[in-house]
Design a protein around this ligand. Structure first.
Ligand SMILES: [Zn+2]
Ligand SMILES: [Zn+2]
Length: 120
């Protein structure tokens, strides 16, 4: 991929979706995900996960579900609720910790969902 900033306006009609990251101050098109990885509709998701894995943060316009343990430093971010909830429930089950689950797109005043360990 040429190492140049893609300055096309978002209004341009283009088959290849683009992703921007203000933290990296860069913009990418997803032709690699579409052509090389052949992930099609999941190209945005794949890019976001790869970006998180390699840089430690998600690109712009991605509002992850955040799980954070209340009793230990463990936590994770996910692109959808289902794996986030699964992580929370699994952590609660194994550690008997309570885990907070929150979508960062929501109003900051909103209380996070708390996943508590199952009764035994
Ligand atoms: Zn970035
Ligand atoms: Zn924990």
């Amino acid at each position: 991929m040429p190492d140049q900033f893609d300055s096309r306006s978002p209004d341009d009609v283009d088959d290849v979706p683009t992703v921007a990251c203000s933290r990296c101050d860069r913009e990418w098109n997803l032709d690699y995900e579409l052509d090389e990885l052949r992930v099609g509709n999941q190209s945005m998701e794949r890019f976001a996960l790869d970006h998180k894995r390699h840089t430690g943060h998600f690109p712009d316009e991605v509002t992850p579900w955040v799980v954070a343990c209340r009793q230990c430093p463990d936590g994770e971010e996910f692109l959808s609720e289902r794996p986030a909830r699964r992580w929370a429930e699994t952590h609660a089950r194994h550690t008997r910790h309570s885990v907070e689950l929150k979508h960062t797109d929501e109003d900051d005043d909103e209380e996070p969902t708390v996943v508590s360990p199952p009764e035994q």
